[in-house]
Design a protein around this ligand. Structure first.
Ligand code: PMP
Length: 410
């Protein structure tokens, strides 16, 4: 059993030191950063600032090596066979766009199908709408049960010989459910298609092994995993990345250039045009090291599960709260969406803010899901936890909900 009353982590986060009064329950939007990550960003500029790849002097070489080291670290973390399969982008959205804009047109023909779920974040939905429109492929949706479970019948009815790409979020940012990615991968591969995994909400909370998942591409953002904003990762299988054209062109991504032509640099540089956020990449290394080696996935999972268990238990006792998705706490990976009866989510979040409780309210970049679920106003509230939360945060949140209810019904 995990003691969620004591919290050894908050002291490591400068923001919580600055704002001891807040209960931060919006880590699914972006996580807080520990001091070691802020230090790393500064350390880069203070100790090794130079443009990586360009210089032959030792400072630039050091910067280049620092980035290479983080690439290797990420490859090791996600079980990628080669460090060069790790492409740096700005965020998950850019990573998924890269797959949809570069890879997808090379395999899609009119009549082919791209399969996604109705619970996808817009980042894993709009790029597919776009490429389907361009190529004449059809965008097909998997609809889970109202509690977020993808049934075998639904999957078998939708995934078949026409499926060229199946793109799925490993964990939903609204329902908090984990999708059966491994099984989906096996099925789509049986038909010769490819599996794209949106790992934005999974990698910060659970160990990921791309080989075990059977993924062909895997995307995530550093900022949800204690790292800086503006750094994303796309991992892809080397043979697929090799065959893909670049989307952005210019400096750093070429081997040689003549007046009328250019030869691309090898993967991953081919996809990394221009000067990268080297300090951000360096700090991402510090963030993932903190996440995996200082805190550790085992602790993260045990603590987040205990927090969600407690949170769901409290919510279930409030008859004015409607939980969206499963009522079972173990179907929620750090994320619980809900509405307060008759009160607009924006009002809920604003009143909670007065009490120092940070939750998200809105459509959560998943409008088709909220439409399909029939959620009023296409908006809901979302509380999401990370290992640095504690029982006091949740107690504050529950007190905030009572405050909301009494404000409107007092
Ligand atoms: N996919 C999922 C499941 C997400 O939760 C998010 C972020 N809310 C994204 C993609 C997009 O991430 P980013 O904004 O970092 O591109």
């Amino acid at each position: 059993t995990v003691d969620i009353e004591t919290n050894p982590y908050k002291a490591q986060f400068p923001l919580f030191q600055q704002h001891p009064e807040i209960a931060f329950l919006d880590s699914a939007a972006t996580a807080q950063r520990p001091a070691c990550v802020l230090d790393a960003e500064r350390d880069f500029y203070q100790r090794m600032n130079a443009n990586p790849l360009r210089g032959l002097y030792s400072l630039s070489v050091e910067a280049t090596e620092a980035i290479a080291k983080v690439r290797q670290q990420i490859a090791d973390l996600i079980g990628a066979p080669q460090a060069n399969e790790v492409v740096f982008t700005r965020n998950t959205s850019e990573s998924l766009n890269l797959v949809a804009k570069s890879f997808a047109p090379t395999v899609l023909e009119p009549g082919d199908e791209v399969v996604i779920t109705i619970m996808e974040h817009h980042s894993n939905l709009i790029p597919w709408q776009q490429v389907c429109r361009k190529t004449g492929a059809k965008l097909v949706y998997l609809y889970p049960t109202k509690t977020g479970q993808l049934t075998t019948e639904e999957v078998l009815a939708k995934v078949g010989p026409k499926t060229k790409i199946l793109a799925v979020g490993q964990v939903s940012n609204v329902l908090g459910v984990e999708n059966p990615v491994k099984n989906l991968g096996k099925l789509v591969h049986k038909y010769g298609g490819y599996l794209v995994v949106d790992g934005a909400q999974s990698l910060p909370h659970m160990p990921v092994d791309v080989a075990d998942l059977g993924a062909d591409f895997f995307a995530f953002s550093a900022h949800k995993a204690m790292g800086p904003m503006g750094i994303g990762v796309l991992w892809g299988k080397m043979d697929l990345l090799n065959a893909m054209p670049p989307v952005l062109t210019g400096g750093e991504m070429i081997d040689s250039v003549t007046e009328q032509d250019a030869v691309w640099a090898p993967v991953p540089e081919k996809f990394e045009a221009g000067t990268q956020d080297a300090a951000g990449i360096f700090a991402t290394g510090a963030a993932l090291d903190y996440l995996v080696n200082t805190v550790g996935y085992e602790n993260i999972q045990a603590r987040e599960q205990a927090l969600v268990h407690y949170l769901m238990g409290e919510l279930m006792q409030l008859d004015f709260v409607q939980i969206i998705g499963s009522i079972y706490w173990d179907n929620h990976h750090g994320v619980v969406s809900f509405n307060v009866k008759g009160i607009h989510p924006h009002d809920v979040a604003s009143i909670m803010d007065m009490d120092g409780v940070c939750i998200r309210a809105g459509h959560h970049c998943a409008q088709p899901l909220l439409t399909w679920l029939g959620v009023e106003n296409l908006a809901c509230c979302r509380a999401s936890v990370a290992f640095y939360n504690d029982k006091a945060d949740i107690d504050k949140f529950v007190a905030g909900l009572h405050h909301v209810w009494s404000t409107f019904n007092g």
